[in-house]
Design a protein around this ligand. Structure first.
Ligand SMILES: NC(=O)C1=CN([C@@H]2O[C@H](COP(=O)(O)OP(=O)(O)OC[C@H]3O[C@@H](n4cnc5c(N)ncnc54)[C@H](OP(=O)(O)O)[C@@H]3O)[C@@H](O)[C@H]2O)C=CC1
Ligand SMILES: O=C(O)[C@@H]1CCC=N1
Length: 264
């Protein structure tokens, strides 16, 4: 077994589908372990990967740990295996904590986002020298390269990356919902408003990528004395930029707290 995925939730599933679709790994080389047995059996049947048990972990070359951070301390007894490399997606959980709990320095810390589902994740990656020498870092690069862009990032920036990029789809969803609510408030039918909001975010993202600074797009859209600047005035008065900055800061601090919880 080349990879065991422990915790096949939203993220684990996105990675499973991405790496098999890109041919990075064959489904038969992947084992799935999850508390929700009915769901994981269904996923195995659908993807061709196989369901494994805790006792099978010893035969995995590498293990992707995609559990919620709070669960991690309870599972290290069976998770820690000899001669295995680990890749963790758990928010806040540091390389030092992974090393201490798993009893090996072959650990890679990654932070993807849910856009992995459609091959557009932004994944931060870091790991110690031993993970590099054992090929674990290169393996994780390949895995997450199959579902989007990969960024080598110093570990002290991981919580900031988490608070902005990994949590980012959630913020975007709130923006979309608010925009759609605005459309409905002004009389647009709900299904149309939801569709417009989602497509607007996609198209605006593409436009932003072609400009050196977000302000350029804003200025292009806002005609002098026009509609957009009237809307922007309301956003500025409401402090939307400040709210976004504080949201990223709060999420970053929460990542640090999750990490502290693991240090006991
Ligand atoms: N969702 C996201 O956008 C992102 C998440 N992450 C990180 O990735 C990790 C996973 O997130 P996500 O996929 O959203 O989480 P989910 O809760 O969707 O997935 C976790 C899975 O682990 C299962 N599980 C719980 N306990 C055990 C156990 N003891 N043994 C085996 N499986 C177990 C859960 O089953 P059950 O549901 O039955 O409890 C669930 O299927 C988290 O640490 C999170 O911080 C990182 C970046 C983005
Ligand atoms: O909200 C969370 O804790 C996880 C980590 C980043 C995105 N989802």
């Amino acid at each position: 077994m080349k990879l065991a995925i422990v915790g096949v939730g939203k993220l684990g599933l996105a990675l499973l589908e991405g790496v098999t679709a890109r041919g990075v790994l064959q489904p038969a080389d992947i084992g799935l372990l999850d508390a929700n047995t009915a769901r994981v059996q269904d996923l195995a049947a659908r993807t061709g990967a196989r369901v494994i048990q805790e006792s099978d972990l010893g035969s995995a070359q590498r293990v992707l740990v995609s559990l919620q951070p709070r669960v991690f301390p309870d599972v290290t007894e069976w998770l820690a295996q000899e001669n295995t490399g680990y890749v963790s997606t758990m928010a806040g959980v540091s390389v030092n904590t992974l090393v201490r709990r798993l009893g090996t320095r072959r650990v890679v810390r990654v932070m993807p986002n849910l856009a992995a589902t459609i091959g557009h994740s932004q994944t931060a990656i870091t790991g110690p020298r031993e993970a590099q020498e054992a090929g674990d870092l290169a393996f994780a690069h390949e895995l997450f390269g199959a579902v989007g862009d990969v960024y080598d990032l110093p570990e002290h920036l991981f919580n900031a990356f988490t608070g902005m990029s990994a949590s980012g789809p959630g913020y975007a969803a709130v923006l979309a919902e608010g925009l759609a609510d605005g459309g409905v408030r002004m009389g647009l039918p709900r299904p149309l408003a939801n569709e417009l909001a989602a497509k607007l975010l996609v198209a605006s993202g593409e436009l932003l990528q072609r400009r050196a600074h977000p302000g350029i797009l804003k200025d292009e859209v806002a005609s002098p004395g026009g509609t957009t600047i009237a809307g922007l005035e309301v956003l500025e008065t409401a402090g939307v930029r400040g709210a976004l900055i504080r949201a990223v800061a709060a999420a970053t601090r929460r990542g640090a707290e999750l990490g502290k919880d693991q240090e006991d």
